[in-house]
Unconditional design. Structure first.
Length: 250
């Protein structure tokens, strides 16, 4: 059996077959996944954010669901709802889209703050509460959200509490000339997503996440990192600094 770090590299290699010229960004996303963190991708439409999430779900063998956020998406679409079944004479709960391993919240800032906030509980505690009943989502659970640049037509700012749930925020940007040329020349061929092979499974990913959280770090390193975080709270060029938010294993 390969060491875990080699498996993580294999996942990066698989995803890099689909998202060309973005290996460094893919590595950073893989690190966030191993650290059990949610990911926010802010970029213009069409640079491969949705494809990136789907590629990771295939390489990691995760159950994948996608929600296209629009103004008419309701909180119950995410968390689920109960309907009355006359033949059974009772209300039956219908699961929402958060019941999966990898949820793609596509263009999350196009829907209402009320719907955006429906993700708060599940992103923090890996469970949802509907009509007074709490249910856990499958494990592992990861949210990859995309948002259009603020100011684009139909966008709304994410609530601050929502932004705090994401471990990293990044952009992909346009590919360089050579990689975009390769993409153009492959038009009409089979989808690159068909090339992806699973290199991990859910159980192995959870084991790797636990290994990562058990890595020993000297107190001096903690102090250095905390000094960096503290500077984000006092720097005049930063509107709001990093919070002391702590991610737990799901």
């Amino acid at each position: 059996m390969q060491p875990d770090y080699k498996r993580a590299r294999e996942v990066v290699k698989q995803v890099s077959q689909v998202i060309l010229g973005k290996e460094q960004e893919i590595k950073e996303l893989m690190l966030a996944i191993l650290a059990n963190g949610h990911i926010l991708l802010e970029d213009i439409p069409g640079v491969g954010k949705t494809t990136l999430a789907l590629a990771f779900s295939k390489a990691l063998d995760l159950e994948y669901k996608r929600v296209q956020f629009t103004p008419d998406v309701m909180p119950s679409d995410l968390t689920g709802f109960s309907i009355y079944r006359r033949e059974e004479e009772r209300f039956v709960y219908q699961q929402g889209t958060v019941f999966c391993n990898l949820l793609l919240a596509d263009e999350i800032n196009r829907t209402s703050p009320k719907t955006q906030s429906a993700l708060l509980e599940v992103m923090e505690e890996y469970k949802v509460t509907v009509e007074g009943v709490t249910r856990e989502v499958p494990k592992p659970f990861l949210v990859i959200a995309t948002q259009n640049p603020y100011g684009s037509s139909g966008t709304q700012l994410l609530p601050e509490a929502q932004v705090d749930r994401f471990m990293i925020s990044m952009t992909l940007g346009y590919p360089d000339f050579e990689h975009e040329l390769s993409m153009a020349m492959s038009v009409g061929e089979a989808s690159r997503l068909d090339l992806i092979r699973s290199k991990l499974n859910r159980e192995t990913l959870q084991s790797m996440q636990k290994q990562l959280h058990n890595i020993y770090i000297k107190e001096e390193i903690y102090r250095y990192l905390l000094q960096l975080i503290t500077m984000t709270r006092v720097h005049p060029g930063i509107k709001r600094g990093a919070s002391p938010h702590k991610r737990e294993l799901n």
